[in-house]
Design a protein around this ligand. Structure first.
Ligand SMILES: C[S@@+](CC[C@H](N)C(=O)[O-])C[C@H]1O[C@@H](n2cnc3c(N)ncnc32)[C@H](O)[C@@H]1O
Length: 310
C-alpha cells in the first residue's frame, strides 16, 4: 500500500465524513470520566483529517449547552461508545479465531488497541484512501498492531472474495467477522451479497457481529429530519442511508446453519449504563429508563446480531 506523502494530499483524499464522525465519537467517549472504551488514536485521526466540520473530540463539562452544531455529534458519541464497547466485548469473549475480517473498517483501531492471541491475523477492508490515511497517521504515532494486520482496499459493493483470498485469507479456518456501521451504506442487493459472502467463506467455529441496517420509510417527516441533521452536521445522511428493504442478517445466516442472537440498542443502554440523551447521560447509573422514555430511542438504530457457526 502506498503512503500519502504530505498534508496537502491528506486534505484532498475525500475521507468519508461518516468514518471521521465515528472516530470523533470514539475520541469523545475516550475523553469521558467514565469511558466505555479507550481509543488512544481516535483524536489524532480526527485532527489529522483537517475536516471542514467542527467535529468534537472531547466530552464537554455541560454537553446540553454545547454549540447546536456539536450536539447531534455528542449525542451520536454516546451510541458510538456503546457500539464500540459491545463489539470489543464480543471480540474479547468466546473462543478466539485465527483470523478476523473487519468489513468497512474505516478508522477502527482495534488491530492496534486490543490484545490479540499469538498468530492472529486481522484483515481490514475499506476504500484505499481510508486505509492509507489511517496507516499514515498511525505510523506517525509509531503505533504497532498487536496482530498481523492486512489492509485490503476493495469496494464491498462489487465482488471482493478474490481480493481476500489473494491476501492469504484461509476459508478452511474459523473467522470472526465484524460489520460495524457498514450495512447502512450499502444498497439492499450489496448487503445481501456481503452477508452471503460472510456465510460462504466461513468455516465451522466462525463468529460474526453485525450492526443491522434498518430501512427508513420515505416520508416527508423523515426526509425533513434527515435534511435538518445533514445541515447541522454536514453528513450527507439521505444519500447514504439504505432505503430499500435490507435483508435480515438473522434469516440469511440461520439458513446457512448459523445460530444468531439479536441485541437491541436499549439492551446496550442497560448493559453499559448509558442513556441516549445529552441531559441525563453523564450521571446515568446501571438502571436505564424504559425504551419508550428514551428521548432518542430512534428508529434508525437497528441493533446488533451476534452469530456463531457450530
Ligand atoms: C460509518 S463508517 C464505519 C467505519 C468503522 N466500521 C467504524 O465503526 O469506525 C462506514 C465505513 O464503510 C466504508 N464503506 C462504505 N461503503 C463501502 C464500500 N462499498 N466498500 C468499502 N467500504 C465501504 C466507508 O469508507 C467507511 O469507512
Amino acid at each position: 500500500m502506498t503512503e500519502p506523502t504530505g498534508s496537502t494530499e491528506l486534505e484532498d483524499q475525500g475521507l468519508p465524513l461518516t468514518a471521521l464522525a465515528v472516530a470523533a465519537g470514539r475520541a469523545v467517549e475516550t475523553s469521558r470520566a467514565d469511558p466505555l472504551v479507550a481509543d488512544p488514536f481516535a483524536s489524532a485521526l480526527v485532527v489529522a483529517a483537517r475536516s471542514h466540520l467542527d467535529l468534537p473530540t472531547v466530552w464537554p463539562a455541560e454537553p446540553a449547552e454545547a454549540p447546536p452544531l456539536q450536539q447531534p455529534l455528542l449525542l451520536a458519541s454516546i451510541y458510538i461508545g456503546m457500539r464500540t464497547r459491545f463489539i470489543d466485548d464480543f471480540l474479547q469473549s468466546g473462543p478466539p479465531t485465527p483470523q478476523t475480517v473487519i468489513l468497512g473498517a474505516g478508522l477502527d483501531t482495534r488491530a492496534f488497541r486490543l490484545a490479540w492471541p499469538d498468530g492472529a491475523r486481522v484483515f481490514e477492508i475499506d476504500s484505499a484512501n481510508v486505509l492509507e490515511f489511517k496507516a499514515h497517521v498511525l505510523s506517525r504515532l509509531s503505533a504497532e498492531p498487536g496482530c498481523e494486520l492486512i489492509s485490503l482496499p476493495a469496494d464491498l459493493s462489487s465482488p471482493w472474495r478474490e481480493t481476500l483470498l489473494g491476501a492469504g485469507f484461509d476459508p478452511a479456518q474459523p473467522t470472526t467477522w465484524v460489520l460495524e456501521g457498514l450495512l447502512p451504506y450499502l444498497d439492499a442487493a450489496s448487503q445481501h451479497a456481503v452477508l452471503g459472502e460472510v456465510a460462504a467463506l466461513s468455516a465451522p467455529g466462525s463468529r460474526a457481529v453485525i450492526e443491522r441496517a434498518v430501512a427508513l420509510p420515505k416520508t416527508d417527516d423523515i426526509e425533513a429530519k434527515l435534511r435538518e441533521f445533514s445541515e447541522q452536521t454536514g453528513l450527507p445522511m439521505s444519500e447514504l442511508l439504505a432505503r430499500a428493504d435490507p435483508p435480515n442478517p438473522v434469516e440469511l445466516l440461520e439458513s446457512a446453519g448459523w445460530r444468531c442472537s439479536s441485541h437491541t440498542v436499549e439492551e446496550l443502554c442497560s448493559t453499559y449504563g448509558r442513556v441516549l440523551s445529552l441531559d441525563a447521560s453523564t450521571e446515568s447509573g446501571p438502571e436505564a429508563p424504559e425504551p419508550e422514555q428514551q428521548p432518542n430511542s430512534d428508529q434508525s438504530r437497528g441493533g446488533f446480531v451476534t452469530a456463531r457457526l457450530a
